[in-house]
Design a protein around this ligand. Structure first.
Ligand SMILES: [Zn+2]
Length: 228
């Protein structure tokens, strides 16, 4: 079995630590992490990077930050954009929206996949996505999705959004997995050592009643890494 962790952070590179995990997509949360991750990737061909500023760190932004983001993405065709998004529990929603849009614009311009963090702000994300042509939007990986079934349906039907799952123990998570087509499911640790990706795969396999789910999820992740 081959598993790629679709969302982790630099302090937890899963493919060195968990059975069957052959690669890790690492998301940065602030600009200080960009160079650290860039260096780590240059010494590890199974490590993939998403560069961006998380909505929890909007106040860290200064100057020509989009230029610097473009510059780091242009240094490597495989670099993606993340972790970006909106979080209603954190301050300064206007600034969060501005920052999210700027980073989404960079992802569109350079045709890179996006790793999305959204807590309690799916209406705002949908409002923003509507302002773009569907054909220009990149692949979006929504991690730890916690929106309503209605939002989930809209995302599945209208956008190229995939969903990454960690520990699956709540009934609503099982319910969501039932609703999401298998070609839109990924697995993630989100840098939590208690999330064993092999267990997550086995749970999804049971929920979907598909024995080959690990191959499907591996292919879904490869598709994200190839942006298409
Ligand atoms: Zn994360």
């Amino acid at each position: 079995m081959k598993i790629i962790d679709a969302h982790s952070h630099i302090d937890y590179i899963t493919h060195n630590l968990q059975p069957d995990v052959v690669g890790t997509i690492c998301c940065t949360t602030n600009e200080a992490e960009w160079t650290v991750l860039q260096n780590q990737i240059s010494g590890d061909k199974n490590l993939y990077g998403a560069f961006g500023v998380h909505p929890w760190f909007v106040t860290d932004i200064n100057g020509d930050f989009e230029k610097r983001l473009e510059c780091i993405l242009e240094s490597n065709d495989s670099f993606m954009v993340g972790e970006i998004g909106l979080d209603k529990h954190k301050p300064d929603m206007d600034k969060q929206i501005e920052l999210f849009q700027k980073q989404l614009d960079v992802a569109i311009k350079l045709k890179r996949a996006v790793f999305l963090h959204c807590v309690g702000a799916w209406d705002k994300i949908l409002h923003i996505l509507k302002q773009y042509k569907k054909s220009e939007l990149p692949i979006i990986v929504a991690h730890a999705f916690n929106g309503s079934d209605e939002i989930l349906k809209k995302l599945i039907e209208n956008y190229n959004v995939l969903f990454s799952f960690g520990k699956i123990d709540k009934p609503q998570e099982i319910n969501r997995i039932q609703q999401i087509p298998t070609d839109k499911i990924l697995v993630e640790s989100d840098a939590k050592p208690d999330v064993i990706l092999l267990d997550t795969i086995n749970k999804i396999s049971n929920i979907k009643n598909k024995s080959d789910i690990s191959d499907i999820i591996y292919n879904n992740t490869s598709k994200v890494l190839n942006n298409g």
